[in-house]
Design a protein around this ligand. Structure first.
Ligand code: BT5
Length: 331
């Protein structure tokens, strides 16, 4: 959104139910009345409800429930976020953030979208990205050897979980990169990195968060809308979710920078939905890496699975929970 449009919006918000005349707006912002009218039209096109009342002027009546930059930025507490781009629709915010990263955008750049047409998960899988969710990708430039960055997806997951907890939700973590609410996946995280020699040039971390339950929900998915009913909280708007998640990522990333994953592994384990569970872990081709009981996570972010008295430390893979009856039989 252009600066002037942002200024018009801020003035409308500031005037509240009293409203503000086009003439006053034009004078205060040093622009023509025609320019004011143009910005008001553009804001309406973005979903803002703005009435034009005779004798009063413009009155802001409603703000759209969208992760718009102008709604998210005022809610952010962290100073990490120096540049935020917003889109109604895009292919993948990870692709947009990667393009910005390649062109030298600073650490702390974020790209937000209200929906994606080609949202991606890991290993070429799709991420369903209809309206009603938050899709955000951030550019990080960690100053560390690549080998130390393997736990970064777990760090970002902790950040997303912190964000959701700050809104009153109880979030669980499923290794390596899922955030759960109850029995379902509410958010997924996708990291993509470019390295030179053994140092990361940039890392793009994308998170998709399900907020409003769509008409065709993804099987096995959770939506934040489902959570508050039991907790008595109102469903948060998309801008609040986006800001909370960005601030959560920033806080976990800052701690990772100071103390490494060793400082966060306890928090990961406390939230792990896999603790003590019987699981099967497969690699990208579907071959089984391990089957057994989850012992925990090590300080490198690897999943520890005990099978027949031997503990395997697994750096990457897909985990399926074995049904409780299988666990009981195996026990
Ligand atoms: C992930 O992959 O969970 C990473 C998802 C990352 C999405 C964000 S959105 C912003 C940024 N831009 C992108 O293009 N991507 C990132 P993975 O662990 O591979 O899980 C993918 C699987 O989750 C799919 O195969 C489905 O089974 C399931 N799935 C797809 N859409 C879902 C949704 N909206 N909610 C829950 N599960 C979903």
């Amino acid at each position: 959104m252009t600066l002037r449009r942002t200024d018009v919006l801020a003035a409308l918000k500031g005037s509240g139910a009293d409203g503000i005349s086009g003439e006053t707006l034009a004078r205060e912002l040093g622009i023509s009345r025609a320019a004011v009218a143009k910005h008001v039209t553009a804001l309406r096109e973005r979903g803002y409800g703005i009435a034009a009342n005779v004798g009063v002027g413009y009155v802001l009546e409603s703000v759209p429930d969208l992760p718009l930059v102008d709604e998210v930025v005022p809610l952010l507490a962290s100073a990490l976020w120096v540049r935020i781009e917003g889109k109604d629709e895009t292919g993948s915010t990870n692709d947009d953030a990667k393009a910005l990263a390649r062109s030298g955008t600073p650490e702390g750049t974020a790209v937000l979208a209200a929906r994606q047409t080609a949202g991606r998960g890991r290993l070429g899988r799709a991420w369903e990205s209809p309206s009603g969710g938050v899709y955000v990708s951030v550019v990080l430039r960690p100053d560390a050897p690549l080998a130390e960055l393997t736990p970064l997806p777990l760090v970002v997951s902790i950040g997303v979980a912190r964000g959701l907890e700050s809104l009153g939700f109880s979030a669980g973590l499923k290794w390596p990169n899922d955030v759960w609410i109850g029995d379902g996946k509410v958010a997924g995280i996708l990291l993509e990195t470019s390295a030179e020699a053994d140092r990361a040039e940039w890392v793009v971390a994308g998170a998709g968060i399900n907020v409003h339950r769509p008409q065709e929900p993804v099987p096995g998915a959770a939506y934040l809308d489902d959570g508050p009913a039991s907790s008595g909280l109102p469903s948060p708007g998309l801008a609040r979710v986006a800001a909370a998640v960005l601030d959560g990522i920033s806080s976990a990333y800052a701690e990772f920078g100071v103390a490494g994953f060793g400082g966060l592994v306890g928090e990961y384990e406390e939230h792990s939905v896999l603790a003590g569970r019987s699981v099967t872990v497969r690699d990208r081709s579907g071959s089984m890496l391990a089957q057994g009981a989850v012992e925990g996570i090590d300080p490198y972010g690897r999943l520890l699975v005990e099978q027949e008295g031997i503990v395997a430390a697994i750096a990457a893979g897909d985990v399926t929970l074995r049904p409780p009856e299988t666990e009981a039989k195996g026990a």
